[in-house]
Write a protein that binds this ligand. Sequence first.
Ligand SMILES: [Zn+2]
Ligand SMILES: [Zn+2]
Length: 374
Amino acid sequence: MQKRDYYEILGVAKTASAADIKAAYRKMALQYHPDRNPNNKEAEEKFKEASEAYEVLSDEDKRQKYDQFGHAGFSHGGGPQGGPGGMDMDDIFRNFGDIFGSMFGGGQQRPTGKPQPKRGHDLYKELEISLKDAYIGTKVDLNLYHFFTCDTCSGKGTKQGTSVKTCGECGGSGQTHIQQGFFMYAQSCRTCRGQGYTIPSPCPSCNGQSRTQKYDKFSLTIPKGIFQNAELRVTGKGDAGIYGGSTGDLFVKISITPDKKFKRVNDDLVCNLMLAYPQLVLGCEVEIESLDGTKIPVKVPKGCAVGEELVVPGKGFAKLKSNVRGNLVVITQCHVPKKIDAEAKKLLSAYSDLIGNDAKDEGTISWLFKKFLR
Ligand SMILES: [Zn+2]
Ligand SMILES: [Zn+2]
């Protein structure tokens, strides 16, 4: 039999876009889908023919080859898959199932008569740590309740010595058909609830589900330098897969509680240092206690202004995955007492008289001294 032109089969022009070709195939596939035309040989042939055409025209390379050489471009004289007849039904569902998957089963995989492995869900957890823990790194004990592959049946879901059975009612397709007047309806098989298989003797531990839930206790290392909203991925600590599917991952989102004394700016550790006026004027050396409790000497230079940033290199946060560290940045503040004793007041007034109007600087407004408030 003379092979029909692929464009003609799908009813599209030679210049049709990829989207047009897909839409045309979807329409044909819906019309001739075997679930809608059970035991209809002609519909099945049309379905296969359209699928073969789509297989070629949906692939840019194959389409180009077909445009140039026609059917001769595909050796063996048959379909693109080899011998005459091209693809079989399984190929079609495997390759293009998603195109018409939403038709009956809500986009689900077509049942195959046995349980299909499915990857387990990823799990999400938010973890609050202190700024200190972010600075030095920490270990957190977690206790998460989630799915594990059933030990008793090793994830098969069946009682020892028994096996899964392909559903006899629907032959594994998960669907049965009812004729109503001219129309044929597909409905989910009641015997297997659309799964295409049954488990006559389920594993007693997991009830045939292949997994059980339990607590998982483990400790998680939080690297030093971890930043706010960082997400740690812990491979294989999510839910176990179903029927031998791979295990999901655990994602831990880090939330850092603000600290009263320190804050983080990029990789720098920043804090305020309260000093008395004479310390700023004369300069001094002080020792401050950092976030991790270590004592760090800080040198305040002579004539230091308020708001000056004194930098201690390498005492900030560790940069993730490197040996480099940010700095400790100490911002000077001046402590102004609300009350002082008579002796101090006398000295301070005398000092003020001595320096007179010296407290002027460029860029600030000028003033004329009137009197002290006593
Ligand atoms: Zn069934
Ligand atoms: Zn089990």
